[in-house]
Design a protein around this ligand. Structure first.
Ligand code: SAM
Ligand code: SF4
Length: 433
C-alpha cells in the first residue's frame, strides 16, 4: 500500500512541477513514506533521516524533507523533536493536502504537521493516477480497519475502515489497463471487508466488484490483499471458482493456531474457522495455493500455544508465509501486558521459519516440470533474460530476445531457485495480450 500511496503522492505533486528522481542527492524534496507495523520499521526511519539530514546540510539546507505514512501518523510530534530538520510530517489520510502543506512550510519557514483524519475523503481529492505502474499494478480499494486486533496499530494509524466507491475504482482500473496494466492487485488493510457504494446505489461487496472488474477488456489477472478470515464470505470463496481472472493464490493471515491466543489477539475467529475456509476454497478451486502471516510471542503464548501454530502450518501447507516476532506497539492493548522474553520469541520464530521455508521450497519444487501461463513484465535481471509472474505470483525468468511485456505465454518451469523460477517458453502464441 505504501508503494501505491507513494505513486499517488507523485501524482499530486506533478502539477507543481515535481518529478521523481532515482536518488536523493540534489533533490528539491525527499518524501520518506514509512511503516509503523513493527518497531524495527520505525527505527529504520530515524536512521535514514539522519542520512538525509547530512545531504540537506551539504546542499545548503535547500532540500525539503517530508515524513509520511504511519510513523508520521503515530509519532508526528516525536519526529519533529528528534529530527527538527524535517519540514513536513503528513499522515496517510492527508496526502491530497500535500501541495497546500508544502506551500505553508515554504511560507512560514517552519515545520508543518498534518496528522488529522479529515472529514473529506482523500480519494475524492487525489488526481487521476498519472504515472503508469507497469504490467502489474496496485489499486487501493479500502483503507483502515475497525477490527482492533490487540497487537495491531493499523486502526490507530490508518483510521476507521473506509471503502472507495466502486465507480471510482472501476475508472481507475480502466485507466491502469489503458496505460499497460494486465494484472491488478486490489489493496486494503482488510480488503475482503470491502463494502463500497455501487453505481446502482447499493452496497457492493468485494465479490461483486471483482465480477465487474473482470469485464474490463485486457485485464487478465486479479488478486486482492490482505484479507481477514472473518470476512471470507461464501460469495467471495465462490468467486474463486467462477471468476477466471481471479488467480488461484490467496493471502489469508491466520497469525496463530491456538484458539486461546487468537482470542487474546481479538481475532474473532478460531483455528478451525481458518481450516474450514482453506478446505472450502480447495474444494472450489483445487489448484489454489495459500500464503499467510504469523506472529510468535503474543503476550500469553505458551509453548503449547506455539505448537498449535506449528501443527496448523504443517497440516495446511503454505506456498509462502510471512512470520514475525510480536512487536509491542505503543497504545495497543497487548503492549501493556507482560511480554514474552526475546530469546523465547527468537527460538520459536526460528522453528516456524524453518518449517515455512521448507514448505516454500517444496511448493516451488512441485511446480518444476509444469507448463503454466506466465504474464511477462519486461527485462529480467540477467542479460538476455525476460521476467514474468506465474499464476502463483512466483517471479520467473526465461531466455528470450524480446521483452513480451504485457503478454501471457505458456512456459515450462525447469528450475526452482529459493525466490524465483527459471523456465522455457513453450510456444510463442500469446494466450492473451
Ligand atoms: N489485516 C490483516 C489481518 O487481519 O491479518 C493484517 C494486516 S497487518 C497490516 C500485516 C501483518 O503485520 C499482520 O498480518 C501481522 O502478522 C503483522 N503485524 C501486525 N502487527 C504486528 C505486531 N505488533 N508485531 C508483529 N507483527 C505484526
Ligand atoms: Fe490489524 Fe488486520 Fe487486525 Fe485490522 S484485522 S487490526 S489490520 S491485523
Amino acid at each position: 500500500m505504501n508503494v501505491y500511496d507513494s505513486a499517488r503522492m507523485a501524482d499530486v505533486l506533478a502539477p507543481l512541477g515535481y518529478v521523481t528522481v532515482d536518488t536523493p542527492d540534489g533533490a528539491d524534496m525527499v518524501i520518506m513514506n514509512t511503516c509503523h507495523i513493527r518497531e524495527r520499521a520505525e527505527e529504520k526511519v530515524f536512521s535514514a533521516l539522519g542520512r538525509l539530514r547530512d545531504l540537506k546540510v551539504a546542499g545548503g539546507n535547500r532540500m525539503m524533507i517530508a515524513v509520511t505514512g504511519c510513523v508520521a501518523q503515530a509519532e508526528g510530534e516525536v519526529i519533529l523533536e528528534r529530527a527538527p530538520y524535517v519540514d513536513l510530517v503528513v499522515g496517510p489520510q492527508a496526502y491530497h493536502r500535500l501541495p497546500e502543506l508544502i506551500a505553508r512550510a515554504h511560507r512560514t519557514q517552519k515545520s508543518v504537521l498534518d496528522t488529522d483524519f479529515p472529514a473529506d475523503q482523500k480519494f475524492d481529492f487525489l488526481p487521476a493516477a498519472a504515472a503508469p505502474q507497469g504490467v502489474i499494478a496496485n489499486l487501493t480499494i479500502q483503507e483502515g480497519c475497525d477490527k482492533f486486533c490487540s497487537f495491531c496499530v493499523v486502526p490507530y494509524t490508518r483510521g476507521a475502515e473506509t471503502s472507495r466507491p466502486a465507480a471510482s475504482i472501476l475508472a481507475e482500473a480502466r485507466r491502469m489497463v489503458l496505460s499497460g496494466a494486465r494484472e491488478i492487485a486490489l489493496l486494503g488493510q482488510n480488503v475482503n471487508a470491502y463494502h463500497g457504494e455501487g453505481p446502482d446505489g447499493g452496497t457492493w461487496t468485494l465479490a461483486r466488484l471483482l465480477r465487474e472488474l473482470e469485464k474490463i477488456p485486457n485485464l487478465h489477472r486479479l488478486r486482492y490483499t490482505t484479507s481477514h478470515p472473518g470476512d471470507m464470505t461464501e460469495e467471495l470463496m465462490v468467486a474463486h471458482r467462477d471468476n477466471p481472472a481471479l488467480m488461484p493464490f490467496l493471502h489469508l493471515p491466520v497469525q496463530s493456531g491456538s484458539d486461546k491466543i487468537l482470542a487474546a489477539m481479538n481475532r474473532k475467529h478460531k483455528a478451525d474457522d481458518f481450516r474450514r475456509i482453506i478446505a472450502r476454497l480447495r474444494d472450489l478451486r483445487p489448484d489454489i495455493a495459500f500464503t499467510s502471516d504469523f506472529i510468535v510471542g503474543q503476550p500469553g503464548e505458551t509453548e503449547q500455544d506455539f505448537q498449535a501454530t506449528m501443527a496448523l502450518v504443517r497440516e495446511t501447507g503454505f506456498a509462502l508465509a510471512y512470520s514475525f516476532n510480536y512487536s509491542p506497539r505503543p497504545g495497543t492493548p497487548a503492549a501493556a501486558l507482560p511480554q514474552i522474553p526475546d530469546d523465547v520469541k527468537n527460538a520459536r520464530l526460528y522453528e516456524l521459519q524453518a518449517e515455512l521455508r521448507r514448505q516454500q521450497d517444496e511448493f516451488n519444487l512441485s511446480t518444476v516440470g509444469l507448463t503454466t501461463p506466465v504474464l511477462f513484465t519486461g527485462a529480467g535481471r540477467k542479460p538476455g533474460q525476460i521476467a514474468g509472474r506465474t499464476i502463483y505470483a512466483q517471479p520467473i525468468n526465461i531466455q528470450h530476445p524480446t521483452p513480451l511485456a504485457g503478454e501471457i505465454h505458456h512456459v515450462k518451469i525447469t528450475h526452482a531457485n529459493p525466490n524465483s523460477l527459471l523456465g522455457i517458453l513453450q510456444k510463442q502464441e500469446s494466450l492473451a495480450a
